[in-house]
Ligand binder design. Sequence first.
Ligand code: G
Ligand code: G
Ligand code: MN
Ligand code: NA
Length: 258
Amino acid sequence: MVRRLELRAALDEAVAAGALTLEYQPIVDLRSGLTAGFEALVRWEHPERGRLLPDNFIEVAEESGLIVPMGTWVLRQALAEAAAWQRATRDAPYVSINVSVHQFRSPGFVAGVRRAVADAGVPPDRLLLEITESLLLRDDDQIWDDLVELRRAGIRVAIDDFGTGYSSLSYLRHVPLDALKIDRLFTSTIASSGQQAVLVDGIIRLAQTLGLQVIAEGIERPSERDMLARFGCRYGQGFLFSPPLSAEQALEWLTATP
Ligand code: G
Ligand code: G
Ligand code: MN
Ligand code: NA
């Protein structure tokens, strides 16, 4: 408990003092090999404990409400980077950010996102918001209205970690969404388990029927990439292509690869 409180106080300071950084993992078009986007992933440069990954602090940030100012910082920082990509390349990639339930439901969230996109001067379709199944399971009309408003503004929305929660594809039929991210637990087992492969094939087919883009996470082997591509999955990310990169490395990646 003491450690949690300490962590919370330190995180509060970190948000204020600019000790957070973002890394960017390429999201690749499996057909062309071109970079379609980057997922922004937050890191915390902790003075004593070194670089912390989100697993170590997102939960505390959620519980304390710090996720809201942190999320605002992530959004604005990621959009500033997306603006740099716009200046550096034609057909600039989109930036994808993770949005927690608490952040999504905080007052003024949608207006804040729209304002941040306008301030950054980035085309709205260059922003993808990754939401979780747990958000969609809430019986709350406001969430629905917010998703509709975001998409009317041209901002895209993906469901993240698909398959780890409770949503069914028939339920997804009604949700205003653009893309579905297949969790890496699925990706890592398709090559070795026929049963998993059949399941993922089914998820991809149904997603296509619903008009959703499909992005597979955690691709580590060529066999996984090839199988996913054969099933009709268009996009993927994972160590096979690249680990998460610093902002500087991401820019280099963009200018080095077509
Ligand atoms: O980078 P890493 O694999 O450790 O990230 C683990 C998880 O942390 C991601 O899958 C994502 O769900 C979460 N995460 C990463 N960055 C952010 C962020 O900026 N905001 C929120 N809410 N979650 C994030
Ligand atoms: O949003 P999400 O919780 O899915 O974040 C993805 C996390 O997975 C990041 O922390 C990233 O560092 C990690 N990751 C990215 N690619 C791979 C991969 O190919 N294999 C594994 N094991 N982890 C990955
Ligand atoms: Mn994600
Ligand atoms: Na994920």
